[in-house]
Design a protein. Sequence first.
Length: 292
Amino acid sequence: MPTFTALTTLNGKAAAEGLGEAMERLEPEPTGVGVFEVEDGSGLWEVGGYFTEAPDETALAVLAVAFEAKPFVVSELPETDWVAHVRRELAPVEAGRFFVYGSHDADKIPEDRIPLLIEAAMAFGTGHHGTTLGCLKALDRLIEDGFSADKVADIGCGTAVLAMAAARVWDGEILASDIDEVAVDVAEANLKANGISGAVRCVEAAGFDHRELQSSAPYDLIFANILKGPLVALSPEIAENLRDGGHAILSGILNEQADEVASVYSQNGFNLTDRSEIGEWTTLILTKQGVT
């Protein structure tokens, strides 16, 4: 069955959400509509729809004019077995002592690495993206320096690969949270696939807005691999929920955004301990000021 996409950009959240709602009333009806902020500081929003038959391009043109959006770009996607494609393209990843792999590469696990199984069908957070890879390498550096954690929180966990990495190294109390209930289900499935169900408690939450997250604080280590905007907004909460001398590993930060994020965290009582770049993404290790 062919799949068609229709994509455009425009200024402003309200206009973008209005356009998204209008697209849902089109005939033929889209199978899904997405509205996303373009994370480059431009203020632009992307609105897109998926269709199982060719969309009405005249109706799309009218909507673009009505909402002052750029003309829609309509494309037909080739029929592809995406899971098979991802399996071919995603080779195992080594990040220090950690080895992230799919089940199709189970025979490639080195004896001296800690294996983390993430299936190709759950591609966000496989370790191939510069943000996830950067966080795993940052964790490896902390361990090399002798750091140990009894309490860990993975905020915006996605596949929970970071929480699982911590659980493979330490026997402490580890929590993983995500605002998306589907991500929480994926995290639970990954824990089971890795034979560590129960080693990480997974909860649906925005930031630290959950009873379990709050009752387990303060943490020795907090991961937050999200985006610049949420990282900045969460800085007071991360400071509040991290013990003095504890570490925060942050990513989802474009290289040009890193100075601003580090500055905001400095204002909230953090020292920059380490900074690394992988491609266009920066990972920060920050230490909360206090007793070390």
